[in-house]
Ligand binder design. Structure first.
Ligand SMILES: [Zn+2]
Length: 292
């Protein structure tokens, strides 16, 4: 069976907060994942990986979701020197505007807020220790994903202005820019879509899903001059996309879509719901011991 790995950000020395809430992995762990996986699997470019799924069991695919610039600045030099191909799934709205994702705004606001408590849905969260901030930010992000509250309302509770939070997030962790993407393309990195905006597609109306999906593909093809045939579902869990989502992806001309459901890929796997292992810094050992 084949294996696909999903990562987000790669920092030189991420702190506890970043790894817990920001899906950040260290350069050291990235190198270890590559080395361990390479013992049993061969990393292939996405098009070759798809073609080989029917005939080979020893293949691996490395992917990065969201389009963070740390993939270029930190991961790319490592992957290039080891000749490891990879794919990046971008939210075209964020690349186009160079603005952070809503969850990055929330993460940075929780980090810089000087409030000592926050009340979310009648639950009071302490914000004194890092661990407390982590549970509060995770709770807030889940609530925003499910439309229980808005980014704006959480920022108000934290007494952080939207402009400040956006600037903080963008400065500490910018989005990939077109220049960086062009260099990655020369290395034959596959640029796929992660929808226009980072929203749960299953919660959108059919019309909005369709617009989001078509927009992301068209934007990549028009602005990055590369064909866009691969998709990865924002959030990536079973409940985050529907049969309709898959149908629209086929209609739009995508030939595959990846989830974040941690399983191996076999010949029978649905091309529009290809599983991937999310590897976090703290989940790294689990991954290495049980999956690879
Ligand atoms: Zn994502």
């Amino acid at each position: 069976m084949a294996i696909a790995i999903a990562l987000h950000k790669v920092h030189k020395h991420p702190d506890f907060y970043d790894t817990e809430v920001g899906n950040v992995i260290s350069e050291k762990k990235l190198k270890e994942i590559i080395s361990t996986t390479s013992e049993k699997y061969e990393f292939l470019e996405l098009p070759k990986f798809l073609n080989a799924l029917q005939t080979r069991k020893d293949i691996a695919l490395l992917t990065f979701d969201d389009g963070n610039s740390s993939v270029f600045t930190n991961a790319f030099p490592i992957l290039k020197s080891r000749k490891i191909p990879f794919a990046i799934f971008i939210n075209t709205h964020n690349i186009h505007t160079q603005k952070p994702h809503w969850f990055e705004v929330i993460e940075s606001a929780f980090l810089s807020s000087s409030e000592s408590t926050i009340k979310i849905n009648n639950m009071i969260y302490q914000l004194n220790k890092t661990k407390e901030r982590i549970s509060a930010v995770l709770h807030a992000k889940e609530g925003i994903k499910k439309n229980q509250y808005t980014t704006k309302s959480i920022l108000q509770k934290l007494k952080i202005s939207r402009t400040v939070a956006i600037n903080d997030a963008q400065q500490s962790d910018p989005q990939l820019n077109k220049e960086q993407i062009n260099i990655l393309k020369k290395y034959r990195v596959t640029i796929g879509a992660h929808a226009e905006k980072h929203v749960l597609l299953s919660m959108l109306s059919k019309e909005d899903q369709k617009r989001n999906i078509f927009h992301s593909k068209n934007w990549i093809e028009k602005n990055l001059h590369s064909s866009c045939f691969a998709f990865s579902y924002p959030n990536g869990q079973t409940s985050d996309f529907t049969e309709y989502t898959k149908h629209i992806l086929r209609v739009a001309g995508f030939s595959c879509a990846f989830s974040a459901i941690g399983k191996k890929i076999n010949r029978q796997s649905d091309k529009y719901s290809l599983p991937r292992y999310f590897v976090w810094e703290d989940r790294y050992l689990d991954f290495i011991s049980s999956k690879v």
